[in-house]
Design a binder for this molecule. Structure first.
Ligand SMILES: Nc1nc2c(ncn2[C@@H]2O[C@H](COP(=O)(O)OP(=O)(O)OP(=O)(O)O)[C@@H](O)[C@H]2O)c(=O)[nH]1
Ligand SMILES: [Mg+2]
Length: 422
């Protein structure tokens, strides 16, 4: 498929500071998305206006768009924003039947559809896509309207659209039910993790920042990582052993934590997707620490970081402490300068998931953070209450630090644990 990209927005203001996506930056990103969806970009078109309520573009620009579609042999036009149902309908009518008009949201949904592997991922994506489709059943409608000849038989098209809508609504209900089933499983995992007080560390970041790569570096596990937008859609959880755990507690469970790889964020993230991925995102909220992975070699690193923080706020993950990880240090031109800037900020660690540089330090920082969020407990259990020992031993298994002695006929524990368990 050959795609023409169209963007509308204010003039290039943010680019100089690199803290905001300009129209051009956003279009470049859209081109990356189109590529990830398997499309070939054959041209771009921009206009510096606020989107028109009817046709998104101004009337003159619509003509220009039609010409560009013809001259470049495009069969898909992708708008870098979300088209309202009305804009989509009007634009589709102006284009020929063979030309598909879609927007950023539809494109992202397409990529997600291609890349969801697990049952839950597929259900989430289908749910989001169906919700997106529901108010936009324009294609079928125009098609029928044309077929039946405008005027006399117009009612038929309208009836058909009602049928289609009803079908989609019942599909949504079925999907919701299935999603709930699958998500109960996830809920159970979350509960058992909480019971055992296993700390959860969530990797969060802009798409392509290197989350999966970093997960591999941290756990030396094999998670799909590739140079494509939205390589990861299904969350993966891996066990990770922190430095002290490695030396002091080689046994199973001891001082280990779970590391969670998550779907990447993007600016203008479709709200349907945020809603559909709620269960996944809820895991982030339940984390003990968030590792916010930033590709510090990207010219728009700051804007990407902001976009991620915005989504975190939207999903209500503001309480979780964040460690910012500046990844891809091997790619930056002046690593010393970047390291100095990072050193001046709180909780920023520079790493390269590729070379492994900084990964050990990151592990230490994670452990410090986890320890800081734990509380010390001193327990004195008389032998007469020995039955409660079992509970203590269970706690102990997951405590970071624990010293147990027998003093004067009692067992005395000093341990450090997550507050929830204390
Ligand atoms: N040079 C270099 N490349 C890296 C580094 N970390 C990741 N990459 C590359 O960046 C690309 C994206 O990495 P991923 O780990 O898939 O990124 P992600 O954040 O999981 O991306 P999504 O799952 O798509 O959201 C891959 O081509 C990696 O090889 C790094 O430290 N240095
Ligand atoms: Mg990934």
């Amino acid at each position: 498929e050959r795609a023409l990209l169209v963007g509308v927005g204010a003039a290039n203001t943010g680019r100089r500071q690199g803290i905001q996506y300009s129209l051009q930056d956003s279009l470049e990103e859209l081109a990356g998305l189109a590529e990830a969806a398997g499309l070939k970009v054959v041209g771009t078109l921009t206009q510096h206006i606020d989107p028109d309520a009817q046709t998104y573009l101004g009337p003159g620009k619509v003509e220009e768009m039609l010409q560009a579609v013809a001259s470049r042999g495009a069969n898909t036009v992708i708008f870098d924003g979300e088209l309202s149902p009305r804009q989509l309908r009007n634009l589709s009518r102006k284009c020929s039947q063979q030309t598909r008009v879609c927007d950023r949201t539809a494109l992202i949904l397409d990529i997600f559809k291609q890349r969801a592997f697990t049952k839950e991922g597929q259900l989430q994506v289908e749910y989001a896509a169906t919700e997106y489709q529901l108010p936009r059943l324009t294609r079928m409608w125009t098609h029928l309207e044309r077929q039946s000849g405008a005027g006399k038989m117009k009612g038929m098209g309208e009836k058909q659209i009602d049928v289609d809508r009803r079908l989609l609504r019942s599909r949504l209900a079925i999907l919701r039910g299935r999603l709930e089933e699958v998500q109960q499983c996830r809920e159970q995992y979350r509960r058992s993790r909480a019971e055992l007080a296993v700390p959860l560390i969530a990797l969060v970041g802009y798409t392509n920042a290197g989350k999966s790569c970093l997960m591999n570096a941290l756990t030396s596990a094999a998670v799909l990582s590739e140079d494509a937008l939205f390589a990861t859609l299904d969350t993966t959880v891996r066990k990770i052993i922190l430095p002290s755990g490695l030396q002091a507690r080689p046994q199973r469970h001891h001082s280990s934590s779970c590391l969670l790889d998550t779907v990447g964020f993007i600016q203008k993230l479709p709200p349907q997707l945020v809603a559909a991925f709620r269960a996944t995102l809820d895991d982030i909220k339940a984390a003990s620490v968030i590792l916010h992975v930033v590709d510090c070699s990207h010219p728009l690193a700051a804007a990407q970081g902001e976009a991620v923080l915005k989504v975190l706020k939207e999903i209500g993950a503001t309480e979780v402490p964040i460690i910012t990880v500046w990844n891809k240090m091997d790619l930056v031109r002046d690593p010393e300068m970047v390291a100095t800037v990072a050193g001046g900020r709180q909780s920023v660690v520079c790493v390269s998931a590729h070379t492994g540089q900084g990964v050990d330090e990151l592990l230490n920082v994670i452990e410090e953070q986890l320890k800081a969020s734990m509380e010390f407990v001193h327990l004195l259990i008389p032998f007469s209450k020995a039955s409660s020992l079992w509970d203590v031993l269970l706690w102990r298994a997951n405590a970071s630090y624990c010293i147990g002695n027998i003093i004067h006929g009692s067992v005395c524990f000093h341990l450090q644990h997550r507050p929830c368990i204390v």
